[in-house]
Design a protein around this ligand. Structure first.
Ligand code: SF4
Length: 439
């Protein structure tokens, strides 16, 4: 009901329409979802003009009675004293009388006048009570839908979709290799320093340092490079050359690793053209273990270690604190976006980060003086990086204990293919009054 007026626009879209399923699985996730939706609702409501607020209240049958003029005059002193900044606004404000339990936010903040169990809400704070109704309504809807979940889960046709829905990505498709041939292997070191997000930068330098990456790292980084435009031949050369600096000679590489690379490019198995991983997928799945370098550093790296890394990337203490605030609040993509802004010296990245390849593209746009450059502190616009690469020689060819997993197991291949098939066409589930619609 509440979405009638608060129609999502492109810049602020609600997740309730497309992906409610994952949050239904646990009470914690439901609570989290409710909080995000409430924040979004508050924001949208605050953007409405008074005419559309009135229309919204009418449409949703939300009738709050304003107090009569004589009561307003009688309580003038109390109403002004109990609400900050009300003196100047008093004459133009309507006040609404509601049970204090409907405005707990305002009561908790001691922002309103209370009498006989009733709260006197100025029109400007109306959002608090509307939000209360919104929460109640959404909470009830989530509970009802969650009760129907076991029935939905029994349907075998839906199981694969439901399983991977929580990290479905519906942004730009980076599997389309539109940039093939645009970058050379010589550029990679330089690009990693300037334009790779922290996750890919870590993988790149781990590979350069150890001349090997375990399966999760190879998959995450290999697909990212593919999205950058590395052709299959370039990818094979890149991995073969780097592994040869360690203890994997070309023959061993052909037997154990080349298949996986060709597979990722859709040249083996079911010939699926695999998509580079989105932030959501990296953050939510395949948690890295000891010896792994994949994952999202903002999500998977110990806080002290992350601080050190940010320091080594020349962020100031105050910048590090701002990034860590987001990490603490579990807003990993926002933390990464802040990192982007600090390392590119812009005030506002002007994009919503959801994919490592998007990070790269935005960085390159900025460095070439592209449209998103809001402000360059230095006043000097850097060019996209094309620097010669010196391949470091092996310092410690430490190989992981992963010898048995040099090639994808059949089940890993199957799972990967299943996942890609499910989402290759942007399949979305919607829950409408207890039924499931495929979109
Ligand atoms: Fe990489 Fe995304 Fe994490 Fe940034 S937020 S480090 S792009 S996974």
């Amino acid at each position: 009901m509440f979405s009638v007026l608060m129609e999502p626009d492109k810049s602020v879209s609600s997740s309730i329409r497309s992906t409610p399923y994952p949050v239904l699985r646990s009470e914690n996730l439901r609570r989290w979802f409710l909080q995000q939706e409430a924040d979004l609702f508050r924001y949208r409501f605050s953007q409405q003009l008074s005419g559309s607020v009135r229309k919204f209240l009418d449409l949703n049958d939300l009738h709050y009675t304003s107090i009569l003029p004589n009561e307003k005059v009688e309580l003038k002193t109390q109403l002004i004293n109990s609400t900050f900044g009300m003196k100047e606004l008093f004459d133009t404000q309507d006040f609404y009388k509601v049970p204090f339990t409907d405005a707990l936010d305002l009561v908790r903040g001691r922002k309103i006048f209370l009498r006989h169990g009733l709260a006197y809400i100025p029109h400007n704070d109306l959002v608090s009570i509307v939000l209360n109704d919104f929460r109640t309504s959404l909470s009830r809807a989530l509970a009802v839908t969650a009760r129907g979940l076991p029935v939905i889960q029994e349907d075998e046709r839906l199981q694969p979709l439901l399983k991977h829905l929580s990290y479905a990505y519906i942004g730009q498709d980076y599997s389309v290799q539109k940039n093939v041939g645009n970058i050379s292997l010589d550029q990679l070191d330089s690009l990693a320093t300037r334009s790779f997000p922290l996750c890919m930068r870590s993988l790149h330098y781990a590979l350069r340092d150890q001349h090997h990456l375990r399966h999760g790292g190879r998959l995450q980084y290999g697909l990212f490079l593919k999205g950058l435009g590395l052709s299959l031949e370039q990818a094979l050369t890149f991995w073969r050359t780097e592994f040869a600096r360690g203890s994997i000679d070309p023959e061993k590489f052909e037997k154990g690793y080349a298949y996986n690379i060709r597979h990722a490019y859709g040249k083996e198995g079911k010939r699926t053209d695999y998509t580079p991983y989105s932030c959501m997928k990296i953050i939510q799945t395949n948690t890295p273990g000891p010896g792994d370098h994949h994952g999202c550093p903002f999500r998977h790296t110990d806080a002290d270690l992350l601080r050190q890394r940010l320091q080594s990337h020349r962020l100031s203490s105050s910048e590090i604190n701002q990034v860590m605030e987001y990490v603490k609040g579990m807003h990993y993509q926002l933390a990464c976006q802040k990192y982007f802004e600090f390392t590119h010296k812009v005030e506002d990245g002007a994009f919503g980060l959801s994919h490592p390849n998007q990070y790269f593209e935005e960085s390159q746009k900025l460095l070439s003086g592209g449209q998103h450059a809001k402000r360059e502190n230095s006043g000097e616009v850097q060019k996209p990086v094309v620097a010669p690469v010196t391949m470091p020689q092996s310092s410690h060819p430490a190989q992981s204990s992963e010898s048995q997993s040099t090639q994808l197991s059949a089940s890993q291949v199957e799972e990967q293919e299943l996942l890609e098939e499910c989402f290759a066409n942007g399949v979305v589930l919607r829950f409408v009054k207890g039924t499931v619609e495929l979109g």
